[in-house]
Structure formats: structure tokens, C-alpha cells
Write a protein that binds this ligand. Structure first.
Ligand code: NAD
Ligand code: UDP
Ligand code: UDP
Length: 317
């Protein structure tokens, strides 16, 4: 195997769900990892096990403010990702996406670092095309309650491509679809964590709307593999690149699976569908398959089992 040349890697949002798994992976590979997080939704506990490692460093910092460090690569993951968190302080969400992107791009420009943006399937909004290909421009309500996140991420993509065209910054834009796994917050309101917490506690599982809306769920290890793969693509590839698992499920099916896997006696109760909740969502990952020779490997039931075990062990059930 080729010998790895350690790089100095900045991970913003590194104490969050995805970020902590990414830091773990990069530290294990021997890179010098600088985790930057303001703990808005992230937890110190997510990276506590890395603090003793000589190649891991934690900096408490809000990326809406400038940051002067010397690094080779930047993964820009900082941004609350669950609707209840990003809607709690929507102005801060927009600032994180936009001021944060400008600062990280300014940093990348100054130190000539390669920079990856954690964009999202939400930029497709409530999609009129199914499944969603990278060429689809999306269907987003610019003034709705989800807009702080969706439009913030859309503008961040614009900034990435403009810094690339105007300043020759090497960029990679990942459009991440619903991802789940250990270290999701039990209180973050996302469907997988909600259903698991409710099922483990024997409480009713809250199905929004009639439960026929669909999502496709990617296990976190598969996603991290793809992020690292995307960062390693040749400089002439900037993206955007869809990353996710194309297996699509209705929320009703998901509720049934989680109830079965937890062995819970929970009932299903219906709650109103949130405003602007996308009806269908599934990534077309043909480009990622071809470019990264990557394929999600973890089946939903296996990933759910690992996630359930994590929640059960952490007393969140
Ligand atoms: P998360 O909320 O667990 O992590 C986000 C992290 O960013 C947290 O640690 C938070 O404290 C930190 N943060 C927020 N604002 C910050 C700021 N201004 N300065 C510094 N740190 C800040 O969410 P996640 O699920 O790990 O998502 C990580 C990234 O991936 C986000 O950018 C999100 O939009 C994107 N993404 C996630 C998913 C998913 O399904 N989890 C899907 C699509 C895109
Ligand atoms: N910036 C930063 N770290 C750096 C370089 C720049 O945080 O190492 C911030 C800086 O605050 C600036 C932003 O990134 O406002 C955009 O930088 P750019 O060079 O594009 O713009 P300018 O400095 O000309 O406004
Ligand atoms: N959902 C649900 N019950 C819950 C939480 C969410 O039925 O307790 C639904 C939600 O309406 C949406 C889907 O599950 O249709 C995924 O929601 P999530 O917030 O996890 O992700 P996003 O909507 O951002 O894809």
C-alpha cells in the first residue's frame, strides 16, 4: 500500500454527529486533525475519546467569525442539521452557512487548501424530479421555515463555485442525503432518532402525516467513506456530488422496522405533517458510484441495529 502522507485537516462542526465520525476516521489514518466547533448542537462527549490523541486538537470557535490557521484540507460541516435545531435560531443558521462559508473559503484561498462543503439534499427542496440527479435545480420555498437551511446551503454552494471560478480555490461540494447512526442527538427531532428513542422507551412512535412520504437513509460509516473519497478526487472535479443510500422507504415502513428491531410494544400515533415537508426523496448516486467506485454497504436493518445499540447503551431509551 502507498505510504500515507499526513495532512493538516480542519473539520468544522467536528463535534457533531457526522463531524465526530469523520474526525475519528482522519485521526485513525494519521492526519493532524483540527476540530473547530462552537457546540451549538455538537457535544464534547462525541470527541472526548479523541482528545488524548497527539494528532487531534479541539478549538471552540464560531465560524461566522474569521479563523486564521494553517491547514491543507478543510471539511466544512459546521451547521445545525435537524429542522428543530436549525429553525430554533434561523438567523444564526443563515449566518453559519453564509458567513461561515465566506470565512472558510477566505481561509482556503489564503493557505491554498482544498475545501469540501457539506451541502445537502435539501437544496432540491420538495423535488419535482425523482430520484434527484445533480443536474436538477430544485424546488425550494425561499421564504418558508426551512429556507434558512435550504437557501443558506444553496447560497453556500454558490459561494463555493464563485471562489473556485474567481479565485481558483479547489472545492468539493457534497450533497448529503439523510444519514443516521450512533451519536445522533436523542432530542434532535430527526425521524430515526425520534423513532428509536420512542420505541426504546415504549412510548408511541410519532408518524407525521399519513407516513407515505419517503426518505432514503445512509449509515454514517458509508457516508464518511464517501466524503473522504470525494476529497481525494482530482482537482478538476468540484461536484456537486450526491452522497447517500438510494434505498427508499416510507416513514410508515421505517416505524415498523424500528418497532420490530427494538422488540418494542410501541403503538404508532399520527401527528400533523410539518409545513413544506418533502413528499419523496431518493438520491441518484450514479456519478458517485462511477467517480469514487463507492457504494453504500450497510443495509438499513444492520445500521438501525447499531444505532439502537448506541441509544440503548447511552441511556437514551
Ligand atoms: P450536527 O448538528 O450534529 O453537527 C453540526 C455541528 O456544527 C455541531 O457540532 C455544531 O455545534 C456545529 N456548529 C453549528 N454552527 C456552528 C458555527 N457557527 N461554528 C462552529 N460550529 C458550528 O449535524 P450533522 O448531522 O453532523 O451535520 C453535519 C453537516 O452535514 C451539516 O453541515 C449538515 O447540514 C450536513 N448534512 C447532514 C445530513 C444528515 O443527515 N445528518 C444531511 C445533509 C447534510
Ligand atoms: N478569512 C479567514 N481566515 C483566513 C483568511 C480569510 O477567516 O485565513 C476570512 C476573512 O475574515 C474574510 C473572509 O475570510 O472576510 C473572506 O476572505 P477573502 O480573502 O475572500 O475576502 P476579503 O478578505 O478580501 O474580504
Ligand atoms: N418524521 C416523522 N416522525 C418524527 C420525525 C420525522 O414522521 O418523529 C418524518 C418527517 O415528517 C419527514 C421524515 O420523517 O417526512 C424525515 O424527517 P427528518 O426530520 O428526519 O429529515 P428531513 O425531513 O430533513 O429529511
Amino acid at each position: 500500500m502507498a505510504k500515507l502522507v499526513p495532512r493538516r485537516v480542519l473539520v468544522t462542526g467536528g463535534a457533531g454527529f457526522l463531524g465526530s465520525h469523520l474526525c475519528e476516521r482522519l485521526v485513525a489514518e494519521g492526519h493532524d486533525v483540527l476540530c473547530v466547533d462552537n457546540f451549538y448542537t455538537g457535544l464534547r462527549a462525541n470527541i472526548a475519546h479523541l482528545l488524548a490523541r497527539p494528532n487531534f486538537e479541539l478549538l471552540r470557535h464560531d465560524i461566522t467569525f474569521p479563523l486564521y490557521v494553517e491547514v491543507d484540507e478543510i471539511y466544512n460541516l459546521a451547521c445545525p442539521a435537524s429542522p428543530i435545531h436549525y429553525q430554533n435560531d434561523p438567523v444564526q443558521t443563515v449566518k453559519t452557512s453564509i458567513h461561515g462559508a465566506i470565512n472558510m473559503l477566505g481561509l482556503a484561498k489564503r493557505v491554498k487548501a482544498k475545501i469540501l462543503q457539506a451541502s445537502t439534499s435539501e437544496i432540491y427542496g420538495d423535488p419535482a424530479e425523482h430520484p434527484q440527479r445533480e443536474a436538477y435545480w430544485g424546488n425550494v420555498n425561499p421564504v418558508g421555515p426551512r429556507a434558512c437551511y435550504d437557501e443558506g446551503k444553496r447560497c453556500a454552494e454558490t459561494l463555493f463555485f464563485d471562489y473556485h471560478r474567481q479565485h481558483k480555490v479547489r472545492i468539493k461540494v457534497a450533497r448529503i442525503f439523510n444519514t443516521y447512526g450512533p451519536r445522533m442527538r436523542p432530542d434532535d427531532g430527526r425521524v430515526v432518532s425520534n423513532f428509536i428513542v420512542q420505541a426504546l422507551a415504549g412510548e408511541a412512535v410519532t408518524l407525521y402525516g399519513d407516513g407515505t412520504q419517503t426518505r432514503a437513509f445512509c449509515y454514517v460509516d458509508d457516508l464518511v467513506e464517501a466524503l473522504v473519497g470525494l476529497m481525494a478526487t482530482p482537482d478538476d472535479f468540484s461536484g456537486p456530488l450526491n452522497l447517500g443510500n438510494p434505498q427508499e422507504f416510507t416513514m410508515r415502513e421505517l416505524a415498523g422496522r424500528i418497532i420490530a428491531l427494538t422488540g418494542s410494544a410501541s403503538a404508532i400515533v399520527h401527528r400533523p405533517l410539518p409545513f413544506n415537508d418533502p413528499v419523496r426523496r431518493r438520491p441518484d448516486i450514479a456519478l458517485a458510484r462511477r467517480l469514487l467506485a463507492w457504494e453504500p454497504r450497510v443495509e438499513l436493518d444492520d445500521g438501525l441495529r447499531k444505532t439502537i445499540a448506541h441509544f440503548a447503551a447511552n441511556g437514551n431509551g
